[in-house]
Design a protein around this ligand. Structure first.
Ligand code: BGC
Ligand code: ZN
Length: 370
């Protein structure tokens, strides 16, 4: 079968012929891959800055944002049948008995660092025709979401962040003054970045009830502005508004969902948080030259305002479940805006074009089964 492989030592990326996988246990399912999304992590892997092939292999099959269709099930597979649409999780547990996180299925919190990630770290990914996987890592998706379900995985980044946010804010009285309101309904959230993770995160915060604005320095932002405008989220351009302007426009900030990996903007925004705010980092910055930061100002504000900074990576199974629920809600409320998050689709033989970032685009998808 065909697969998109990265050879880090040879510095090559190409479509290869890879053996088609077979079921090796009765708890597994075999799936035909339909769609694979391309993200910043993939772009780092294909430029040989990130990613590790499985042990004994000189290449890594990339792709971790996927939608597939079940074609075969082992005899102990109970929740899936042939024809079901599924999204696969990314991270697999480390083998160490003392890692309480991995032993409880929370490899997103692995202590040892010896986890693997499909398409990223020591495990082949999904940009290929067929995959075999344990049922526990497959999440069924309703047929209505066929055209957008490849967005489930990037949305899980926000879902885990939201889970963490609700948990950490139990540290204080965080209810709204009015009765019967979700705490979100009187809170303001700022999303940093208008890439797919930012836009999907903004949608999730919005359906939860937050008043959301997106602050971003995307060049050619007309399309992003249009998508966000259609769902009632203001886009504040960093080119024309400083972080101080943004903070003044938005009002006291309760939550920041960072989805850019740009540390200079992030630390600038950190100065403008409101009382008891939570700042969530999800972007992974590249290594650049150090920048000056007024650490006294940040530390003073953080202490005097009980603020919290939280990093979040990867996502647990329940985040995939909530992402599937939320994606359904987005599709009902904002069908056109949601569809526009996918800028373009490419067949596998045009993967090179898919891997290229388009000016002003949001998400490229490789339609493997087309
Ligand atoms: C993926 C995560 C993964 C992270 C770090 C992201 O692009 O969505 O699942 O944990 O990269 O490798
Ligand atoms: Zn672990």
């Amino acid at each position: 079968m065909r697969a998109v492989a990265v050879y880090p030592t040879k510095r090559e990326v190409r479509v290869i012929d890879h053996p088609e996988p077979k079921l090796t246990s009765d708890t597994q399912a075999k799936v035909r891959v339909l769609d694979v999304g391309v993200c910043g992590t993939d772009r780092e892997i294909i430029s040989f800055q990130y990613g590790t092939p499985p042990e004994g292999s000189d290449y890594l099959i990339i792709g971790h944002e996927s939608l597939s269709e079940v074609v075969e099930t082992g005899s102990k597979v109970s929740k899936l049948k042939r024809g079901d649409l599924v999204v696969m999780t990314v991270r697999r547990p480390c083998p160490h008995p003392e890692c309480v996180a991995c032993r409880q299925g929370r490899q997103d919190f692995c202590y040892t660092g010896d986890f693997t990630e499909r398409g990223i770290k020591q495990d082949h990914g999904y940009m290929t025709e067929f995959v075999v996987e344990e049922e526990q890592y497959l999440h069924p998706v309703p047929r209505e979401l066929r055209n957008v379900a490849v967005l489930v995985e990037p949305l899980t980044i926000a879902e885990k962040s939201l889970e963490q946010l609700w948990m950490v804010q139990r540290r204080l009285p965080w209810d709204c003054p009015g009765a019967n309101q979700s705490p979100a309904q009187c809170r303001r959230a700022i999303v940093l970045g208008a890439g797919p993770v930012g836009i999907l995160g903004a949608m999730a915060l919005k359906v939860e009830g937050f008043e959301v604005s997106v602050y971003s320095r995307s060049p050619n932002h007309e399309e992003k502005n249009r998508i966000l405008g259609a769902i009632g989220i203001p886009y504040i351009a960093a080119e024309t508004h400083s972080t101080a302007d943004m903070a003044k426009m938005a009002g006291p900030i309760d939550v920041v969902y960072e989805a850019t990996g740009a540390s200079s903007v992030a630390f600038d925004v950190l100065k403008h948080l409101g009382p008891n705010a939570v700042f969530i980092f999800t972007g992974v910055p590249g290594r650049k030259a150090p920048i000056p930061v007024d650490t006294d100002e940040i530390m003073r504000n953080m202490v005097l305002n009980n603020q919290l900074v939280l990093g979040s990576v990867n996502a647990p199974p329940q985040a995939f479940e909530s992402a599937i629920q939320h994606l359904g809600a987005f599709a009902r409320q904002w069908p056109d805006a949601l569809r526009s998050v996918i800028t373009d689709r490419f067949p596998l033989d045009r993967v090179a074009d898919a891997l290229q970032e388009q000016a002003g685009g949001v998400k490229n998808v490789v339609s493997v089964a087309s």
